[in-house]
Structures are given as C-alpha cells and as structure tokens.
Design a protein around this ligand. Structure first.
Ligand code: ASP
Length: 319
C-alpha cells in the first residue's frame, strides 16, 4: 500500500523591504494574526478532505479581505489613483489554469480566476471583460473605492510627490518603482490527501503602476505554476523580472528535468538568477510530498506554512 499522503499549505503575504523598524509590535501582531487566519482557513479545508484548489482559495480570500495585504481590500493605487487587480490559479493534476488581469470591481479576484478556469474555454481574461464575466458568474461586485485604505493612499502620495520632483521622466519613474517597492501580494500553495497540488496568487500590483500594467501574478508560469510532477509555486516581487525569467515555471522545470529538490531549485532561481539582475522578491512552494519552501531575496516576506507536524508564521528574514 502506498504511504499515506501528507496534507500541507504554505502562504505568502508579499515580499519587500520589510524591516523591524517599519512595523510597530501591534502591526506585527495583526499581520501575523491575519496570516494565521489564512493558514487555518486553508488547512481546515484539507483536514476535512477538501481539495487543494478549495484550500488555497479559502486562504487567499482571507488575505484579499484583510486590509493588511496588497490584494482585494488594501490593494495599492495605480498612477491615476485607482485599483486594478490581478489573480491566477492553477491545478497540478491536469494543468488547468485561470487568471484575471486589471479587474476593478470584483471583490475577490481569486474567485474570478477560478471561474475562468472552471467555466470558460480561456486561461486569462482582462479588464472590463473580466469584471463582466465575473458578474455574470454571480461573483460579488464592489465600487472601486471599496479597495481604498489610508496606508496605501499614503504610499501613493509619497511616490507621486517624488515622481513629480524628478519631473516624471521615464528613468525617474522606473527609479521610484524600484526604490518604493512595496509588498503585500498574497498567494497560497497546497497539497491535498490525493496528492494534488494547487497554487494561486492575487495582487493589486505595484504602487503607481501605469494604467493597464499587468505584472507576473496573473501570468501562468511567472507568478503561479502547479504541476503534480514537480511542484506548485506562488511568487511575489518585482513582476517585470518574474515575467521575463518565467520564475514559477523555471523552478518547477529544474525540479522536473534536473531532479533537484524544490528548495535547491527555488534558491537557484531567486538567489542566483534574479539577484544578479536586481529582481527583488520571493516564492512559496510545495512539493508533492507536502514539504513547503519559502525563499526570498528581500529583507522580509510575510509568510507561513502548516503541515501535519509543524506550523509557522514569520515576517523578517532572520525569523
Ligand atoms: N508581483 C506583483 C506585481 O508585480 C507585486 C508584488 O508581488 O508585490 O504585480
């Protein structure tokens, strides 16, 4: 008889310049509580015999509904001062996937990504079409201002004044995006009792992003990937790099074709490939045996995992 399958979930709430002097202990506590609530919601689905897709959706929804993360409520502001949200989901047993980009009224973009996967012949829908589709599927719609928070507005105002001070030429704008790299994208990867892996990611993107800019989070192979033959990955970081280096797929490919451990493959891509070129960020991942990994080249990454034998939530690099 085959060995019993481990169930496990790993989550992130974004990577970036997260240092101890930037968070009060009350903020730290609240963020850890929110991460724990997401982990518990996702793990409960697995424990009750639910599948990995429903598990990661449960976890991601908790983080989308929390103002602490840059996804759903609490999403960052675009350059024109609105919110455009991206999300994706992928199943490792049949390589089915769904994604939405630039949605503006769908309360939980991860649910829209799921609907694209389950109930459309497509993999990605963008903009008004994606919102219309999600409305047709009965998903909750909100005013764009629902996603507003004071903290994200302050971040937008800081970048806006710096950009204006630098006269907003292209180089200066890029510089501001790099320096002000903020964290908060959310993601989850789980393996269920059948050994099926699923991965999902949801984000507001990057503060001050241009109208219509799409990052890596909804791009299958960049921000999200899942394949039972290798691993599941959800990424967070400077999306333009993650797209160009096809980060999520590259990690899974190293596991599948080079027989590397997930930890080793993730380290190579995040610490070597991306670090060399200044691509800031990190990933969470899960192998078919239920072993979680969390690798990042930034000062910190909101993160956590729960397996049958251990559980952790953490923020800083030295935790
Ligand atoms: N990867 C996201 C993007 O580029 C941002 C993030 O993870 O913080 O849209």
């Amino acid at each position: 008889m085959a060995a019993e399958q481990n169930i496990a979930i790993v989550i992130h709430g974004g990577a970036g310049t997260i240092e101890r002097d930037q968070l009060s202990s009350a903020q730290e506590h609240e963020i850890k509580q929110a991460l724990q609530a997401a982990l518990d919601a996702g793990y409960a689905v697995l424990e009750q015999g639910g599948d990995s897709t429903q598990s990661i959706i449960a976890a991601i929804k908790v983080m989308e509904n929390s103002p602490h993360f840059n996804a759903g409520k609490g999403a960052v502001y675009t350059k024109p001062g609105t919110h455009e949200l991206d999300a994706s989901i992928m199943r490792g047993n049949d390589l089915e996937a769904g994604a939405v980009a630039g949605v503006t009224s769908t309360k939980n973009p991860i649910l829209a990504a799921e609907q694209v996967m389950l109930n459309s012949p497509h993999v990605m829908l963008a903009g008004i079409g994606a919102d219309t589709f999600s409305k047709l599927k009965g998903l909750e719609q909100v005013e764009n201002s629902y996603f507003d928070t004071a903290a994200r507005l302050k971040a937008w105002q800081e970048v806006d004044s710096k950009t204006k001070a630098k006269q907003a030429d292209q180089a200066a704008h890029q510089d501001v995006l790099d320096v002000e790299f903020k964290f908060g994208t959310v993601g989850a990867v789980a393996v269920d009792m059948n050994g099926d892996i699923a991965a999902g990611t949801s984000t507001g993107g990057m503060t001050y992003k241009a109208w219509g800019r799409v990052g890596d989070s909804p791009v299958i192979g960049a921000g999200t990937y899942a394949d039972n033959r290798s691993c599941g990955i959800s990424a967070t970081g400077h999306g333009e790099f993650f797209i160009r280096y096809a980060v999520a797929h590259d990690i899974c490919a190293r596991v599948r074709y080079q027989n590397k451990s997930l930890q080793q493959a993730a380290k190579e891509v995040i610490m070597d490939e991306l670090n060399k070129v200044g691509g800031a960020g990190g990933i969470i991942g899960m192998d078919p045996a239920g072993q979680p990994v969390m690798v990042f080249n930034t000062a910190g990454m909101y993160r956590g995992f729960k397996t049958q034998t251990s559980s952790q939530v953490a923020i800083y690099g030295d935790e």
